[in-house]
Design a protein around this ligand. Sequence first.
Ligand code: CA
Length: 397
Amino acid sequence: MTRSFRLQIGLGALALAAFPLATPAFASFESCAKSVRAQVLKAGIRADIVNAAFKGITFDEKAVRFSRTQPEYRLAIWDYMAFLVDDARLADGAKMLRVHDKTLRAVERAYGVDHFILASLWGVESDYGQEKGIFFLPHALSNVACAGKKPAMFTAELIQALRIVQAGDVKLSDLNGSWAGAFGQTQFMPSTYRRLAVDFDGDGRRDTIRSVPDALASAANFLKKAGWQSGLPWGFEVKVPGSYSGSVGRSRKAPIAAWARQGILRADGKALPRSGSYGLIRPAGPTGPAFLVSRNFDVLFSYNAAEAYALAIGHLADRLRGGGAFKTAWPTDDPGLDRADRKRLQELLIAKGYYRGEADGRIGPLTIVAIKAAQKKAGLKPTGRPGTRILKVLAGN
Ligand code: CA
């Protein structure tokens, strides 16, 4: 259940706007941090590690703000997919499949998890190890615990994080991640790491931060333990007859023959599988793409409790395997932007004086304010959403 915190920040950059933060009571943070420190010592973490972990700790406005941020608008599935399954992630993924072919195949043999799924998950979680998070975990977790959001849980995660250091698996100075504590190439929470991380490169340490084999095998171990069935597809896009009025939902699974009787066909024209139990999902309602999803889709869901997440992992894996885009378009006349176009939008916002930040492709609060201003000027509804329409307006076409 902590996974949803991680998702929020993984995608937060594009969807979230800041709520005004109450003035921090700095003195009370200091006394709270002392109490967290005492709890960590009491849990048996060595004093030298605790001293180093708490050295220079201060109130972190950013971590606290992120922990309190609420989604400004519900992220549309087409925005989510445009961001996660984009040309850059496909190109990077193709490269990573070549560079790490041996490792990916060895992990697949050891855990029975399809190596395209592993590459996809790696790409979504950390952009293939390139983005592991900017927060120093001991400081961020203390801040979030002290800010009042599930203090016991975040303190427990901090203790788990320092146990990882104490075990000699990772260096304290490497312990950077999300404000909520997810870290490394697989973005495991410390407690998840303690349960499921594995040493696959054989150096005696479980290091999902610096070791690609350890990271990929740890993700595979997670999926295997969650019930991944080797050889079972996560699902596939389908065509649903307009007259369909049956059940919808990934948990409402039925034998494939039952779906065939309803007139449901694979969107790519291939034959339906001969067996297996599937549920029908329609993430954008009856007019958007539809999918039959298996138990393995539920396993992906367990990594990060969102159907959109599971769909992004499954679809990116299929694209890396050589498959095409969805056959049915998302039901919108204002499609989402990929990361390159998000940057371009920010560059245009800068050029036209709406935005003074960096064109980094991350849609934070300041970009959202700038988009709203540009939308207002253009006579569009000021939603703050980075979409194709406002991009075209600013680009002058
Ligand atoms: Ca290792």
